[in-house]
Design a protein around this ligand. Sequence first.
Ligand code: HEM
Length: 400
Amino acid sequence: MTDPVSMPHNHRRATCPFRPGPDLVELHQDPSLRRVPVPNSQLGEVEAVLVTREDDARAVLSDPRYEVGFAFDPDWSGPRSVMNQPGVLLNYDGDEHTRYRRMQSGAFTMKRIRALSGVIERIVEEHLDAVEKAGPGADLIRTFAEPLPLMVICELLGAPVEDRAAILERSSTASSIDTTLEVQQDNFAAMTGYMAGLVAAHRRDPGDNILGDLVRKHGAELTDDELVGMGLDVLVAGHGTLSGMIGLSALALLSHPEQLALLRDDADGSLSVGAVEELLRLLAVAPPLVRRAATDLSVDDQVIRAGEHVVISTLMANHGTGLTPSADELDLRRKPVPHLAFGYGRHQCVGQQLARLELRLALPALFRRFPDLRLAVPFEEIEYRTESLVLGVKRLPVTW
Ligand code: HEM
């Protein structure tokens, strides 16, 4: 068995991925701000001020004097990585970020997302057909949680479906905390090479998808390199997070049968919006968020010096609120509470509406297709991703 620890400052209780670990809770209860080490495959380890309270987290994330973690260096002449790739939103602050962000969010319009709805429904049904045919019994991660968001990303980028195995491998390596800088750089070179091919194809003939939209609307003002960065944003940010959420949500529901029944029997779909928000809040699968103080600042009247990093535990912030029933409990009927699963402020997730749509379509469809779905192994034997920045289940053996 592996413990659902994942990233150090969003770590869970051993054997329970739905609750923050006891040492994280202890740090949360300590009124003084603590400095903690943050691993980074590019920079080694940095020390950062840990923020676990929701209001402090929102204050940091909405204050432009906290910049994105590891500043983008336009004059960088060493090997490329995601941190010095033009077009990647999390590399920018201020006006530069606003410029790229407008273009990218313009491609994620509600119209485009709604148009994807039918495509996602088809992909969900095709995968459920395959699971049903091969069963009874399946690993829900390999057959459903992993391929589903990948297929949607292929649609978003106009990537040939036969490339998905290579894309999967590359995006998993990119989210790994268990690799060397060299491996990351080689992987990054392969990903940028692949994306450059897609960008070139869209330059010749812009497709009816997000990358095609970016080329059509902004192709004249963006370099190929910037378009490559924007494509990588979708690929890297949109896969591990969603596959993690689908797998972990399925586990949360399978281990709370009364909650699962609510979602499965929700004939008019009225529960799904709140249910997905509750799962996003409870699970907070994304890594903790890192910022750096551009000047001397304070949180809770305690000084953060210019140049110091801050790490925000979104999991603890989502669980530290005084909710009834307790924030550690899954309650699909809870009145949706604001949460930090998609971050907050200027860098808040650009793909959040797409993520919500995929979750709202995938989860009820799974439990309606297999009304008797249950874990095929004891809960305690479930294995979690330990090598990834994003929390997820490694294998989810189920039967019906
Ligand atoms: C359940 C799934 C998802 C979760 C939990 C999630 C979580 C997050 C979080 C927490 C951030 C903020 C990072 C920060 O402030 O440092 C973020 C940003 C971002 N996300 Fe997501 N995300 C998800 C799905 C997606 C999808 C599907 C896409 C694209 C297709 C996407 C693209 C992005 C991008 C480009 C950013 C950077 C935005 C910026 O810097 O302005 N995400 N996401």
